[in-house]
Design a protein around this ligand. Structure first.
Ligand SMILES: NC(=O)c1ccc[n+]([C@@H]2O[C@H](COP(=O)([O-])OP(=O)(O)OC[C@H]3O[C@@H](n4cnc5c(N)ncnc54)[C@H](O)[C@@H]3O)[C@@H](O)[C@H]2O)c1
Ligand SMILES: O=c1ccn([C@@H]2O[C@H](COP(=O)(O)OP(=O)(O)O[C@H]3O[C@H](CO)[C@@H](O)[C@H](O)[C@H]3O)[C@@H](O)[C@H]2O)c(=O)[nH]1
Length: 435
């Protein structure tokens, strides 16, 4: 099938590449000229495992094309995916500016009937709004249908998730649009759930809100474990064996970040407000997460009282491993707080340093490797559990630091096996090791 994908970010690019991989003719459209120029050279502007290889393969097979021109991009395409950003607006609601602009550009360029498929995460009712906006601007002989196909990929494993997700949700109030999308998605060989338009939009928000709730819940339990002498790893393990609870998403840490959970939880509260419905549970999920993001700094201050002039090594900046994304990364809040208290921060991340520089500028020192960050440091903070960081031997902390005091926000070390002598080790929801 001939498909256009609008927006070549984490979702649009992965969607376009994977739709090409299963045999479609895909044209990706973006207004960012620099991005499209990079993509045309077969390079990926984002760090996502397996993406570049798959992209180059499909460019060579002539299944995958890139353009900034909507007229070129929409020509002959009956299926048009929208995957532009829906960032958080100032009042917490989803900012639909990019959706508006993309809809206007579709309306101006579309010359044939088409199905518009929204991949972007949008408030319930937005698809109806998009349909009305585009249809009312088209000439009378062109008809569009609308469908919601929310995306559930995780950054860092986006290509894997596209081919191995738990389900594909397709929502439309138009049976023929549902049938076309079912056929297109059949080649992913995943369970397909067909539903109505509004429910599909709601499934996405409800899923992210639930996952965020699970994280704030386990983080709150971790904080309680610390005060009661229990170990959250053992607690999560025991809880997760109950199939009704499930073992995934129970890793306590320094809170959730990224481009989705923070903004989507706020957007759900905002759509609730629009219809006069308060959501105290989600309000508190967000509140618990805000507190959790700086919990390591609280632990540092409790241990040292004063950190002015101390060298603090920060290991990991990205909001999670295997991505270069810094959006809402807990490292931003931790670093800012350490700087406020007068610490000299030396940070290392295997991939996200360039993106981090755009946010943290020259306020911190960017180390080229783990050794540079740890060398002569008084305190080490582990913020992202990249394998490279998980696998740093404790002997390295001893070798490079003055006296190793580690604050691990991701519980990378097994308390029993790996903590040896001469290392003071603080983690989340587990006893402090100081021997
Ligand atoms: N990042 C994720 O892991 C993820 C997962 C699931 C769903 N989502 C949702 O998918 C959507 C996209 O997220 P993302 O992370 O890929 O965003 P992104 O910011 O990485 O990419 C958005 C892209 O859209 C382009 N764009 C903006 N306006 C445009 C226009 N008028 N025409 C063409 N291109 C335009 C931008 O230049 C950019 O390249 C959001 O609604 C997000 O909530 C994201
Ligand atoms: O047990 C866990 C799991 C995750 N996290 C944190 O939670 C955040 C989000 O992690 P993850 O869900 O793996 O990454 P995202 O790429 O943000 O993916 C989420 O957000 C996407 C955008 O909507 C959805 O598509 C995905 O299904 C959803 O998992 C990160 O800060 C993680 O460090 C934890 O602290 N503990």
């Amino acid at each position: 099938m001939n498909i256009a994908v609008i927006g070549t970010g984490y979702v649009g690019l992965v969607t376009g590449v994977c739709l090409a991989e299963i045999g479609n003719q895909v044209t990706c459209i973006d207004i960012d000229h620099e991005k499209i120029a990079i993509l045309k050279e077969g390079k990926s502007p984002i760090y996502e495992k397996g993406l570049t290889d798959l992209m180059q393969k499909n460019i060579e097979k002539e299944n995958l094309h890139f353009t900034t021109d909507y007229n070129e991009g929409l020509a002959d395409n009956q299926l048009i995916y929208i995957a532009v950003g829906t960032p958080q607006g100032e009042d917490g609601s989803a900012d639909l500016t990019f959706i508006d602009k993309a809809s206007e550009s579709i309306a101006a360029a579309l010359k044939q009937d088409a199905i518009i498929v929204t991949k972007s995460t949008v408030p319930v009712g937005t698809n109806e709004y998009i349909k009305e906006k585009i249809q009312s601007a088209l000439s009378e002989n062109i008809t569009i249908q609308i469908a919601s196909n929310p995306e559930f990929l995780r950054q860092g494993s986006a290509v894997y998730d596209t081919f191995n997700g738990d389900r594909i949700i397709i929502g439309s109030d138009d049976q023929s649009a549902l049938d076309v999308l079912e056929e297109v998605n059949a080649d992913f060989h995943l369970p397909i759930v067909k539903t109505d338009l509004r429910s599909a939009e709601m499934i996405k928000y409800a899923s992210n809100a639930f996952l965020a709730t699970k994280l704030s819940f386990i983080n709150e339990m971790a904080n309680l474990c610390e005060r009661l002498g229990a170990n959250i790893d053992n607690v999560s393990n025991g809880m997760g064996m109950d199939k009704r609870i499930g073992s995934s998403f129970l890793n306590a840490g320094i809170g959730y970040g990224g481009s989705c959970f923070p903004k989507d939880t706020r957007a759900v509260i905002s759509v609730g407000k629009d219809v006069g419905y308060d959501m105290p549970l989600l309000e508190n999920v967000i509140g618990v997460n805000e507190r959790q993001k700086v919990i390591l700094v609280d632990k540092v201050m409790e241990r040292f009282q004063e950190i002015k002039g101390k060298k603090v090594a920060v290991l990991g900046l990205a909001f999670k491993p295997n991505t270069d994304d810094m959006r809402e990364a807990p490292s931003i809040f931790v670093t800012e707080s350490l700087l406020d208290k007068g610490a000299a921060v030396h940070a290392y991340d295997p991939v996200a340093t360039e993106n981090a520089k755009q946010i943290l500028s020259d306020k911190i020192t960017y180390a080229a490797n783990v050794k540079e960050a740890l060398d002569g440091a008084d305190i080490a903070l582990i913020l992202t559990e990249w394998n490279e960081i998980r696998e740093i031997p404790l002997s390295d902390y001893k070798k490079y630091m003055n006296h190793p005091v580690i604050f691990d926000g991701r519980n990378c070390f097994d308390l029993d096996e790996r903590i040896g002598n001469d290392v003071e080790y603080h983690s989340i929801g587990r006893p402090v090791i100081n021997r």
